[in-house]
Design a protein around this ligand. Structure first.
Ligand code: PMP
Ligand code: GLN
Length: 388
């Protein structure tokens, strides 16, 4: 059978979760919490079902949820999206990203990705008949132990064929967040080149150390060229609910909805009604960063007792560890070994690069998810402390 994605296998997340299950390992690989969404949110969804919100939602999503999203974004970023025409509720951030790429990217186009990049973007670009141009971040160095985006390199990758630049901040897997100077650089790029920005902000509510999440939507020039994508799964500890959304200027959203209506038409009605209701609570979105910062700090502190050296993370519920103190050839081999022999699953960072089999300078990094109960983190640390 001729394949449309000949070199795509199962995703690394499915692969490592299956391995974790096989070896009964503690799963710090695939990013999902091992605790439940807030009780009032669960009750709101259950009430929505009991009250009869069980048939198709309107194609763009329940109006009350789109209104709640618009109001949330206006409070956060000062940008007003029109609920009637500029917001779509999607089947997770995943569907928002796929629908946006299929709708906006044409055969022969180029789309710039910043590596390491989330695994969905490149295959989606290929399905749109376009090609991904991948610009690596500068890896951590001794005198600057953080990944950095070099916007000059990003600009150098832009050609006449470039339709879009994909952004993902807070960044999976490095945890990098956008700073005002990054938005300045993006304004320069968007002012000079006719490109769209696809801004994957799945972790928008998880940023640490007193920072606030800077969305491109905070700048009117950027908002006019941006599709903003987010995930209620990440925000409400409910990854299995597969509910997210995207926002974009009306003409752009019209195109996205042409794909959305023929992939899912609309997404789960009771989830939407429950989330809309829950978002009315004044504390619905507060406390998440503090909650995760404690977990980041717990895992970081515990890792000091292991040969894995934690890198600083500014947001998301992931942190990277440098495993170079342990002998291995590819870090994927190490991730498999740790799952099988030590009983802790992780994600090899090579999965976020163009060719995962080519060892690059920074392919000694594993991603750990700390969206876990403290007892789970402690049990994983206990196992990792046995590592030589
Ligand atoms: N983008 C990024 C960067 C992610 O890490 C994920 C996984 N949560 C998604 C998109 C997909 O989000 P969802 O589960 O809402 O489809
Ligand atoms: N976004 C999640 C992660 O990075 C995985 C989601 C998925 O399994 N597709 O771990």
């Amino acid at each position: 059978l001729p394949s449309k994605l000949p070199d795509v296998g199962g995703t690394i997340f499915a692969e490592m979760s299956a391995l974790a299950q096989e070896f009964q390992a503690i799963n710090l690989g695939q990013g999902f919490p091992d605790y439940s969404p807030p009780d009032p949110l669960i009750r709101a969804v259950a009430d929505a079902m009991a009250q009869g919100h069980n048939q198709y939602a309107p194609m763009p999503g329940l109006l009350q949820l789109r209104q709640a999203i618009a109001s949330k974004i206006e409070t956060q970023h000062g940008h007003a999206y029109a609920p009637e025409s500029e917001i779509t509720v999607t089947a997770g951030a995943t569907e928002a990203l796929m629908s946006s790429l299929l709708a906006l990217v044409h055969p022969g186009d180029e789309v710039v990705l910043i590596d390491p990049s989330y695994d969905l973007y490149a295959p989606a670009i290929r399905l749109a008949g376009a090609s991904a141009v991948r610009v690596p971040m500068r890896p951590p160095e001794t005198n600057d132990p953080s990944f950095r985006v070099d916007w000059n390199r990003v600009e150098a990758a832009i050609t006449k064929k470039t339709r879009m630049l994909v952004l993902n901040f807070p960044h999976n897997p490095t945890g990098l967040t956008l700073k005002p100077e990054d938005l300045d650089a993006l304004e320069f790029l968007v002012g000079k080149h006719p490109i769209l920005l696809l801004s994957d902000e799945a972790y928008e509510h998880i940023v640490f150390d007193g920072q606030t999440h800077l969305s491109p939507a905070t700048r009117p020039l950027l908002a006019a060229h941006t599709v903003m994508v987010s995930s209620f799964g990440k925000t409400f500890h409910a990854t299995g609910w597969k509910t997210g959304y995207c926002c974009a200027p009306r003409a752009v959203m019209r195109e996205i909805q042409k794909i959305h209506q023929f992939t899912v038409f609309s997404v789960s009605t009771p989830m939407q009604a429950g989330i809309a209701q829950y978002l009315r609570q004044s504390d619905a979105l507060s406390g998440l960063s503090g909650f995760y910062q404690k977990k980041r700090d717990r895992l970081t502190a515990g890792l000091k007792e292991t040969p894995l050296r934690p890198l600083h993370t500014e947001g998301t519920f992931f942190l990277l560890v440098d495993a170079s103190a342990i002998g291995f050839s590819l870090e994927k081999t190490l991730a498999i070994r740790l799952t099988r022999d030590i009983g802790v699953a992780s994600i090899p960072v090579s999965a976020f690069y163009a060719d995962p089999d080519v060892p690059a300078a920074n392919h000694h990094l594993l991603r750990l998810c700390f969206a876990k109960l403290d007892t789970t983190l402690d049990a994983a640390l206990e196992r990792l402390s046995g590592l030589k």
